[in-house]
Design a protein around this ligand. Structure first.
Ligand SMILES: NC(=O)c1ccc[n+]([C@@H]2O[C@H](COP(=O)([O-])OP(=O)(O)OC[C@H]3O[C@@H](n4cnc5c(N)ncnc54)[C@H](OP(=O)(O)O)[C@@H]3O)[C@@H](O)[C@H]2O)c1
Length: 338
């Protein structure tokens, strides 16, 4: 017997209502259901933004599934949107620190809103903003990348990774090595500028081969577990590994031990990067966004948009991301009916 389908709200909402993908329970992707709800009420320092596209990020999947503290329910997930600010018509990308992005209208915090230049489309602006800032922070702020270095990037076809590949090239890397699990993902990684694309399974041999036994100067890593251990082994003297996520499955995925003796013996370093420290620093957030938009305007940074779904398709998109079936950015067209 098939379960009765959940009634979905009509695509067009009355003026004082909006449509949103609402989560009323922690669980599988089907807990995300389109509903009509009242418009958000902006607080001091916030403005209403009519959203055109919202982004889906891996963190949303973890919050939906209860892997990280679940939000107060009912909740609207979504941490990045693009749209037009109602009070002045300005096109902005917005970081939604407390979620709320999977909706037609958001109360955007002005300090987390950045004007979008006219020459960049909504889709591209959103595709490069949050994940691009993460890639930039990991490479430049935490990793302190220098011209002429070799850089290895794990999960290189992902939302952050595919931008990290392009940014590493733009920031002067001599050799960019992307790591991705399928041939199609590796083809994307090389198309975006990586000099080598490696499979995750035999990184010791792969890194040795492409660096002529020297090792890499900088690793930007979102995997954790065994892959991170292999990447640490692949560092050259004075090499640094920057961790910004841990996608590898299983317990202890966020814990990789390295002894101070090993750090010293090989003159290597480890660092972490969290966007929170950019989000809370408005001048820095703004400067990074300007740099991302500048590179996009020059054609040196491009978001690969894997798919655009309607609000009713958000659950299926969560399932696709969890199954590692997407590359680059997944967007929600919040005004599309299906
Ligand atoms: N520190 C921060 O401020 C910050 C900001 C944004 C995101 N993040 C984190 O960064 C990570 C990547 O985010 P994203 O937006 O790029 O995600 P994404 O678009 O879903 O891509 C992540 C990549 O991770 C790999 N992956 C997926 N499942 C995996 C698994 N079970 N084991 C190993 N690898 C797996 C996949 O590549 P392959 O199939 O090629 O392995 C996938 O392409 C997430 O953990 C996210 O939470 C951190």
């Amino acid at each position: 017997m098939t379960a009765p389908s959940t009634p979905q709200a009509p695509a067009r909402a009355p003026a004082d209502l909006m449509r949103a993908a609402v989560m009323r329970a922690v669980g599988e992707p089907d807990v995300l259901v389109v509903e009509q709800m009242p418009l958000p009420v902006p607080e001091d320092g916030q403005s209403l933004v009519d959203v055109s596209f919202a982004g889906i990020n891996f963190d949303d999947l973890e919050r939906r599934g209860g892997d990280t503290p679940a939000p107060d329910l009912p909740a609207v997930l979504g941490v990045d949107v693009v749209g037009r600010r109602r009070r002045d018509g300005q096109r902005v990308v917005v970081l939604m620190r407390h979620g709320g992005g999977y909706a037609q209208v958001v109360a955007a915090t002005d300090a987390y809103s950045i004007d979008v230049p006219e020459d960049i489309t909504d889709e591209q602006a959103l595709g490069i903003f949050e994940q691009g800032a993460t890639a930039y922070g990991a490479l430049a702020l935490a990793g302190r990348i220098r011209t002429g270095e070799s850089v290895a990037i794990s999960a290189a076809a992902g939302g952050v990774g595919h931008l990290a590949v392009q940014l590493a090239v733009a920031l002067g890397a001599r050799q960019v090595i992307g790591i991705a699990s399928t041939a199609a993902k590796r083809a994307l990684v090389t198309e975006l500028g990586a000099h080598h694309a490696l499979v995750p399974d035999d990184l010791d041999e792969g890194l040795r081969e492409v660096t002529g036994g020297r090792g890499v100067d900088l690793v930007v890593d979102a995997t954790g577990g065994d892959q991170t251990r292999a990447l640490l082994r692949g560092l050259a003297p004075f090499g640094r590994l920057v961790s910004y996520g841990w996608r590898a499955p299983g317990p202890g995925r966020g814990t990789v031990s390295v002894s101070t003796e090993e750090l010293t013996d090989r003159s290597i370093g480890c660092a972490g990067f969290w966007m929170r420290h950019v989000v809370d620093d408005r001048p820095r957030l703004s400067a990074i966004a300007q740099e991302l938009f500048r590179l996009a305007g020059q054609g040196r940074l491009r978001a690969h948009i894997d798919r655009v779904v309607a609000l009713g398709g958000v659950g299926a998109a969560h399932a696709a991301i969890a199954a590692r079936a997407t590359s680059g950015k997944v967007l929600i067209d919040v005004n599309r009916e299906r």
